[in-house]
Write a protein that binds this ligand. Structure first.
Ligand SMILES: Cc1cc2nc3c(=O)[nH]c(=O)nc-3n(C[C@H](O)[C@H](O)[C@H](O)COP(=O)(O)OP(=O)(O)OC[C@H]3O[C@@H](n4cnc5c(N)ncnc54)[C@H](O)[C@@H]3O)c2cc1C
Length: 468
């Protein structure tokens, strides 16, 4: 079953691929295979947690701190912060406590190495007629008749591996299939209708169908295979052309002073239908983890940037703006400030203002904690709004309501504005809201305000973390 972006569903059993075949079309130039698999006949012993680490130094982990490698760490606990709600389209939000093997500051991020779902991998192994060889080791080599100049073995595949291992840990299965790949898949089915469908979908003439099925309805590579049940691409072709399964970044949502650097917390949201690869994996692992037998995830610390709150920031002011799970890093900022204030009571502390938006009051993460921080003056100002319910309200509207105050506070030399939102669109609307505040408070034109925002960014007074 495929879930469309509008919430409806598309059933592969009911979908007739024949309806998408044009009478005339020219297929895109197909991708070709340049690799061969050489099976050794040996069975692989159980696969380790971090398979991609076996690829050697040629393989980088994006934004990894220079001194650190991905490591398996224990899941120490998990807690549902927000329950999913169909009526308001609220996503389930979970807080995960992990063992930590490195130093960090609030605002830092970790990379989490995902793995594909066992059921999906088994299904694909079956389709590729590799169930019997699923755990047999092989190595890759360039095909004898390889026509491509500079053809290379993919850096994200270990020298010796097995079909199950690479389909689980190294290759992305949920990706948007490009036209050249579709054209190549047409060559791997014995069914005429499927072949015509795939070839046609890759053509310029069927651009409208590609737009509709792939870009709008969101059919991914595995969905296409489900639709074309006779399509059996060779594993060597998939190893060459499927993208690498990449780590996903998550913000640390606590202060190291709370856990003595021994633990860290991350907060993630899960799509109700068609959850993502990493969030789905985290959900499954969290469910299986017990204090006696904790499950593990592979993580690494990412390089820090200016989006963090350290001891040096205790005397400065912050304007924190977040939507939804975007509050996660600020929970770390504020917990850190609270701890530092207690440790250094004689130290002058700056003021923190927080603007947070969520679909409903229940969807505001750690609402009680936020109110307690307001009580104890860790937070001087706390503004919350909810986009669903009786009176729709957005963060931009809250900012506009106190534009003069906000701009005055922002322009103080010791104030820094931090914005964290899960999506470029939200981040852009809030930036527009801030521009309106500048226009209103400082009597600027739209152009002048946008120049000033740019300047604030250059000066490091406006720092953004956008989760794409
Ligand atoms: C610097 C940075 C920090 C981040 N910090 C966090 C964090 O603290 N918490 C957090 O939850 N995420 C965070 N993200 C996003 C995170 O890295 C993943 O992109 C997200 O969890 C989905 O990963 P996935 O592998 O489950 O989904 P994929 O398999 O990659 O999902 C495919 C597509 O499904 C959609 N999708 C999947 N899950 C969601 C979701 N929950 N909400 C909306 N769309 C979704 C997306 O469109 C995505 O492109 C951060 C991103 C960046 C760049």
């Amino acid at each position: 079953m495929f879930w469309r972006s509008d919430g409806g569903s598309l059933n592969p059993d009911e979908m007739d691929v024949g309806a998408y075949i044009l009478s005339e079309y020219i297929p895109a130039k197909p991708l070709v295979g340049n690799l061969e698999l050489c099976f050794t006949g040996e069975q692989q012993a159980t696969s380790e947690a971090c398979v991609q680490l076996r690829c050697g130094e040629a393989l980088n982990f994006p934004f990894a701190r220079p001194d650190s490698q991905p490591r398996a760490v224990a899941i120490r606990g998990s807690k549902v912060l927000v329950a999913a709600d169909k009526a308001t389209e609220t996503k389930r939000v979970v807080e995960l406590t992990l063992e930590s093997l490195f130093d960090y500051e609030p605002g830092d991020t970790i990379g989490v190495l995902p793995s594909n779902k066992t059921g999906v991998v088994d299904h694909l192994l079956h389709r590729l007629e590799l169930t019997d060889q699923a755990d047999t080791t092989f190595h890759l080599k360039l095909a004898l008749n390889c026509a491509k100049k500079n053809a290379k073995l993919p850096a994200h595949i270990p020298a010796t591996t097995s079909p199950r291992e690479i389909l689980t840990h190294c290759l992305s299965l949920n990706f948007v299939p490009q036209k050249q790949l579709l054209s190549a898949l047409a060559g791997f089915t014995i069914n005429d209708k499927e072949r015509s469908f795939l070839a046609c979908l890759s053509s310029k003439q069927a651009a409208e169908h590609y737009q509709n099925l792939i870009l709008e309805q969101g059919l991914l590579f595995m969905d296409i295979l489900d639709l074309c049940e006779n399509c059996r691409p060779p594993l060597a072709f998939l190893v060459e052309h499927l993208p690498r399964l990449l780590p996903r970044p998550y913000s640390i949502a606590n202060s190291p002073l709370e856990a003595g650097n021994q633990e860290l917390r991350v907060i993630y949201s899960v799509l109700r239908r068609k959850p993502g690869v990493t969030t789905n994996m985290l959900e499954a692992k969290a469910e299986r983890s017990t204090p006696q037998k904790p499950t593990e995830v592979v993580i690494y610390p990412r390089v820090s940037n200016a989006f963090r709150y350290t001891e040096q920031d205790l005397g400065s002011n912050q304007i924190l703006i977040a939507v939804g799970t975007g509050l996660a890093p600020f929970l770390g900022f504020l917990a850190h400030k609270e701890k530092l204030k207690k440790q250094q009571p004689q130290q002058k502390t700056g003021h923190s203002w927080l603007y947070i938006g969520a679909k409903t009051p229940e969807a505001i993460l750690k609402r009680e904690q936020l109110m307690a921080w307001q009580e104890s003056s860790v937070l001087e100002r706390l503004r919350m709004c909810h986009s669903r319910g009786e009176s729709p309200s957005y963060v931009q509207q809250m900012l506009a309501e106190e534009a003069e105050d906000l701009v005055k506070f922002l322009l103080k030399p010791e104030t820094v504005l931090y914005l964290c939102a899960d999506g470029a669109k939200i981040s852009k609307s809030i930036a527009n809201g801030l521009s309106l505040c500048l226009q209103k408070a400082l009597h600027l034109t739209e152009e002048e305000a946008s120049r000033q925002l740019k300047e604030l960014k250059t000066q490091g007074k406006y720092r953004e973390d956008v989760w794409l």
